[in-house]
Design a binder for this molecule. Structure first.
Ligand SMILES: N[C@@H](CCC(=O)N[C@@H](CS)C(=O)NCC(=O)O)C(=O)O
Length: 288
């Protein structure tokens, strides 16, 4: 009897140690693979060349080059400033876990505003040189309205109120992603919007907040072709990134109608930016 128990205990011990060894091998193997992938990626990122910006962002959408207003802001700035750049869509989330980010001369940098500041100093460009200090200050306040306020209205609508419906139409997803992404995003954004505060409002109230933001932007733009006057300023890049989401990524919704019907100078502004800065708009959309 004792011998049978000993044999059984030895058997369990043997199996347990085999499982532990397998877990250790898998863990170490995964770590090595990850490190190898990182080294390979880093090599590829650094090979774009000196003073060439590598813009890490989401894949192209069907109606608008990017679903991220911040990515669209950076790409627009790069084009206006005539800075050479390439795009990477394999690693859209950067050092702070946000999209977009850039790699420039071996250095990684996140946050669209920090990126614009860095590009302006690195490449000695000033898109605001035609503006007086008061206008620059006003436009900064308006840019913050778009980036920090309008943005929340739009994503709360896109992922929660609209249940990702328009969003799914605007992007290309695999069938698996199409199944899991909407409920995941809906729940995630709902909870983050609540933490932010906007998610505590009703859908009707959120629409009203969005409408007021658009009305303000429309009032500031007035009859000017761009927020910066006769030519686009750095603030135009950010404001365009946000308004483009309403202009192209909310088809058929009352959110789209805010810019196309209620405040048409905003959609005219978007179209103007598109024509001037993205002559290859349609090719970009095709490449999604
Ligand atoms: N302040 C950041 C905001 C970037 C941001 O919120 N990006 C969104 C995509 S539009 C993101 O990465 N969200 C992922 C997350 O917050 O987990 C910037 O200006 O770049």
């Amino acid at each position: 009897m004792e011998a049978v128990v000993r044999t059984m205990t030895d058997g369990w011990r043997g199996r347990a140690s085999a499982v532990v060894s397998a877990v250790v091998v898998l863990y170490v193997g995964r770590k090595i693979m990850k490190a190898r992938k990182k080294t390979k990626q880093r090599k590829a990122w650094d090979s774009v060349g000196h003073n060439v910006v590598l813009l890490h962002q989401f894949r192209r959408g069907k109606f608008c080059p990017n679903l991220s207003p911040f990515a669209l802001k950076v790409e627009t700035f790069l084009r206006l400033a005539n800075v050479k750049y390439e795009v990477d869509t394999e690693s859209p989330f950067g050092p702070k876990g946000k999209c977009p980010w850039i790699t420039l001369n071996g250095e990684d940098l996140g946050d669209s505003e920090f990126i614009l500041e860095r590009l302006a100093s690195e490449f000695d460009v000033d898109l605001d040189s035609h503006l007086d200090p008061q206008k620059v200050a006003t436009l900064e306040a308006v840019r913050v309205l778009a980036d920090e306020h309008l943005f929340w209205c739009v994503i709360t609508w896109r992922y929660w109120i609209d249940g990702c419906e328009s969003f799914m139409k605007s992007q290309s997803f695999s069938p698996i992603m199409s199944l899991f992404f909407p409920p995941f995003m809906k729940r995630g954004i709902r909870s983050r919007a609540r933490e932010h505060g906007i998610g505590k409002h009703t859908p009707e109230e959120i629409y009203r907040i969005c409408k007021k933001a658009c009305s303000t932007l429309s009032g500031v733009l007035g009859e000017s072709p761009f927020f910066g006057g006769e030519r686009p300023s750095s603030a135009d890049c950010g404001i365009f990134g946000q308004l483009a989401q309403l202009r192209w990524n909310a088809p058929g919704s009352k959110y789209e109608a805010l810019v196309t019907e209620m405040y048409p100078n905003l959609s005219a502004f978007c179209d103007r930016m598109k024509t001037r800065i993205y002559p290859d708009w349609n090719e970009l959309l095709k490449s999604n």
